[in-house]
Design a protein around this ligand. Structure first.
Ligand code: ZN
Length: 306
């Protein structure tokens, strides 16, 4: 494995595309995932095992996994499937997915809109799915959605998120992710929450997921890293958004995050030129410019990702 200080998890094929106006075909998604892997990405969210009538863009989850399994570069990336309930887990475990990411939601209203249950019930889903996933030999991670704010309820108390993280750690999950689903956090929020979650969960690996809705996503990612987060989600081109969170905009862009980290001396093990090329390709498939900036301006010093 490439030496690195932080792992970037590519989420374009899942969070990036799940609510995009364009509807990419299964082969287009597979090519996107392969291009990310060729740039050095070794872990990706590739599908969401949700009700296809609610999230039509994820309806081909099984087909994506099947097509990926048939590729010679299959093992270049570990593939994560998103799971919201036991039914989703049954679908995921029947595929060649390497890991499941189960979503707990920190507010009741968002939990109801996103997955038709209370916050407490969403945590209970993680508690029930994690042992099953482990028994099936799958990696497990749990994302705490709306960790920094809810589109319906406003501010989410930190102690609520910390209490959820404690339950997830007790459930034996390999990794806990705090997610700023609607992009409201600032670095001070990130530092405070990550510090408290780390104190409450011991040595469980921490991951963070930021949207750049209010242009604070990159500062938040760096703050998270400085507080000990060693896994960061990002989406090529900075595309993305949650179908059940009004006005939620794109994830932080993989190429912009990698530029920021590498120029700060934080090693990602990723090839910026190849990421920019993959992002350009993705923009062509979507038929419009993406929010990412490094793919437009190029790297620096010149010669890097020109
Ligand atoms: Zn997201």
């Amino acid at each position: 494995m490439t030496e690195r200080d932080v792992q970037v998890v590519e989420v374009a094929a899942r969070d990036g595309l799940q609510n995009d106006p364009a509807m990419l075909s299964t082969p287009q998604k597979v090519e996107l995932i392969a291009r990310a892997a060729a740039a050095g990405i070794d872990r990706q969210e590739v599908a969401s095992f949700v009700n296809p009538t609610r999230v039509p863009r994820m309806a081909d989850a099984e087909a994506v996994l099947e097509a990926l399994a048939a590729r010679p570069d299959r093992d270049a990336s570990r593939f994560i499937g998103l799971v919201l309930n036991p039914r989703g887990f049954e679908r995921a475990v029947a595929t060649r997915v390497d890991e499941v990411n189960v979503v707990a939601v920190a507010s009741d209203t968002m939990a109801q809109r996103n997955q038709g249950m209370t916050s407490d019930q969403s945590v209970a889903v993680v508690e029930s799915v994690v042992p099953l996933a482990r028994a099936a030999g799958l990696g497990t991670s749990a994302t705490i959605a709306v960790s920094f704010g809810c589109p319906y309820e406003g501010a989410v108390p930190r102690e609520r998120v910390v209490a959820i993280a404690e339950r997830l750690a007790a459930a034996g999950v390999d990794e806990i992710a705090v997610a700023d689903t609607i992009g409201v956090a600032v670095p001070a929020d990130v530092r405070a929450l990550v510090r408290e979650v780390r104190a409450a969960t011991g040595d469980v690996r921490l991951r963070a997921h930021f949207h750049n809705t209010r242009n604070t996503g990159y500062a938040n990612a760096l703050a998270g890293f400085e507080e000990g987060v060693r896994v960061l989600d990002a989406s090529l081109g900075g595309i993305g958004g949650c179908p059940f969170a009004p006005k939620a905009t794109g994830n932080i862009a993989t190429e912009d995050l990698v530029y920021l980290l590498e120029r700060s001396g934080v090693r990602t093990g990723l090839d910026l030129d190849a990421l920019v090329a993959a992002s350009d390709w993705l923009g062509e498939q979507l038929g419009r410019p993406t929010p990412a900036l490094v793919s437009k301006a190029g790297g620096f010093p010149s010669g890097d990702a020109a």
